[in-house]
Design a protein around this ligand. Structure first.
Ligand code: ATP
Ligand code: MG
Length: 456
């Protein structure tokens, strides 16, 4: 394993450097992926040219991280990150290196990198490997191992422990003993890492093929209690009846199921957090019966807090919270058509697919067995039937608007919203009422109620 195959376009880019007597190496994840026989996701180059020089060499260059010696070259539609050889020193806040110094050689550049599997370079254009730390052998055996002494490397940057576990989930590799053992001692450093950097790694864990690998290692090393204490505290919360697992294992199984089925990140996060509220709402009756009354509301609150803490965009937070808030539906055959319409109206037609996927994951997490293929079919059939008969399922589907109400003589104000919602309820009960004439009639009756004197 002395060479990796080099894409012709990459050779072409590298020639800009080599023609000027400069060195260029493919580094980081791309080399790792090529050694694993995968296509590289994106290309990172390490070069001995300074950023200003690189900027003068190509027509389109974006100074994406000039402070860290990085620019992005856009060449024939492909973006390549190009970083000048560097060393790093002085991590006074456990976050980012205080200053960046350029290094004279690729060897020095590789020695600052986190894991042996990431401290490999392929010389361009030949693809000849530079592997000073035995990274190729570690990739072959599936081992995540720090470059140098783990405790020291973790003390320089507290994100590295999280990255180690992220790679374990992503690649299915195991974390070498000494590297794993150094994590608990570095928790104080990890606590100082910015929430955005933690989020980016957490996102990759959740997006991986098996999130539980990292999350269980996080639990074992104390990272879960540090970064996601509400999740860590789901351990040993036993459930009743059909549940085989405690709340943490249940949540991990649900999340793994969602990952295995390649469900969206929203469903995966909802699966992981949907039962966070069980611990705070647990109550044990005199008969020993366990209940978690309205736990989904508490799950919504806690998951919103977590996602906000890690600076998720509001739209992502809302999407996850909505699924969690609606995850407790219990369909039975005796639901009338109005109940089916109410269910659709609450969940939102556009969210039903995601909600059903969350339910499948939840069911898997309960029994540990694949849900039957027709598990949700009776409800799905009813939903399709209801949708084919009536599409009046939200305020915007009503045959009248607020403007129509005002035009009909109803005073604008707060109760207008209440009237519209009552009209929607009426239409959910009986879709035949969704005509302008009938709704205005009902609206007038409701309006009178508001203006009826409440005392003699
Ligand atoms: P992927 O892009 O597939 O997630 P990657 O290995 O490319 O994986 P990046 O986060 O893109 O990971 O980082 C690129 C390279 O930079 C890594 O391979 C590693 O050599 C180095 N690196 C990244 N973060 C750190 C860090 N916190 N400490 C030391 N080296 C790091
Ligand atoms: Mg990368």
């Amino acid at each position: 394993m002395n060479n990796v195959p080099v894409d012709p376009l990459l050779k072409e880019i590298a020639s800009y450097f080599t023609n000027r007597g400069k060195q260029a190496y493919l580094v980081g994840g791309a080399v790792r992926d090529l050694l694993l026989g995968k296509k590289a996701a994106d290309w990172d180059l390490a070069v001995d040219a300074r950023p200003e020089e690189v900027m003068s060499m190509f027509r389109r260059v974006i100074p994406t991280g000039i402070k860290h010696g990085t620019v992005t070259v856009v060449y024939k539609g492909v973006s390549v990150e190009v970083t000048t050889f560097r060393t790093e020193s002085g991590y006074s806040d456990g976050r980012r290196p205080d200053r960046v110094e350029y290094a004279p050689s690729i060897g020095e550049d590789l020695s600052r990198r986190d894991f042996t599997m990431n401290a490999l370079a392929a010389r361009l254009p030949s693809g000849k490997l530079v592997d000073p730390f035995g990274g190729a052998a570690d990739i072959k055996s599936g081992t995540i191992r720090c470059v140098g002494r783990p405790a020291e490397r973790f003390s320089e940057d507290g994100l590295r422990p999280v990255r180690a576990l992220r790679f374990a989930s992503q690649l299915g590799f195991s974390v070498e003993r000494e590297t794993l053992d150094a994590i608990p001692g570095a928790l104080g450093i990890t606590a100082k890492v910015s929430p955005e950097r933690i989020r980016d790694e957490f996102e990759k864990i959740v997006a991986s093929g098996r999130p539980s690998t990292a999350l269980l290692l996080m639990e074992k090393t104390g990272l879960l209690e540090l970064l996601f204490p509400d999740l860590a505290q789901c351990r040993s919360i036993e459930q009743k009846g059909c549940h085989r697992y405690d709340v943490l294992d249940h949540s991990l199984l649900a999340c793994d199921f969602a990952a295995r089925r390649q469900y969206s990140q929203t469903v995966r996060l909802a699966a992981l957090f949907h039962d966070l509220g069980k611990k705070p709402t647990l109550s044990i009756g005199p008969d020993g019966n366990r209940t978690f009354y309205q736990h989904e509301r508490e799950s919504v609150r806690l998951s919103r807090n977590i996602l906000r803490q890690y600076r998720y965009p509001n739209a992502a937070i809302d999407a996850v919270a909505h699924l969690i808030g609606e995850h407790m539906f219990h369909y039975t055959e005796d639901w009338g058509d109005a109940a089916v319409r109410r269910f659709i109206a609450r969940a939102g037609e556009e969210n039903l697919g995601e909600l059903f996927r969350l339910r499948l994951a939840d069911a898997f997490g309960t029994s540990g067995a694949e849900p039957a293929a027709d598990f949700l079919l009776p409800l799905i059939n009813r939903v399709e039937d209801a949708l084919s008969k009536s599409r009046a399922l939200s305020l915007k589907d009503l045959a009248v608007s607020g403007k129509d109400l005002i035009a009909s003589g109803i005073k604008p104000g707060k109760h207008m919203g209440i009237i519209l919602n009552e009209l929607l309820e009426a239409v959910l009960d009986d879709p035949a009422l969704n005509s302008r004439e009938k709704l205005l009639e009902i609206a007038e009756k409701i309006n009178k109620r508001y203006y009826a004197p409440s005392f003699p």
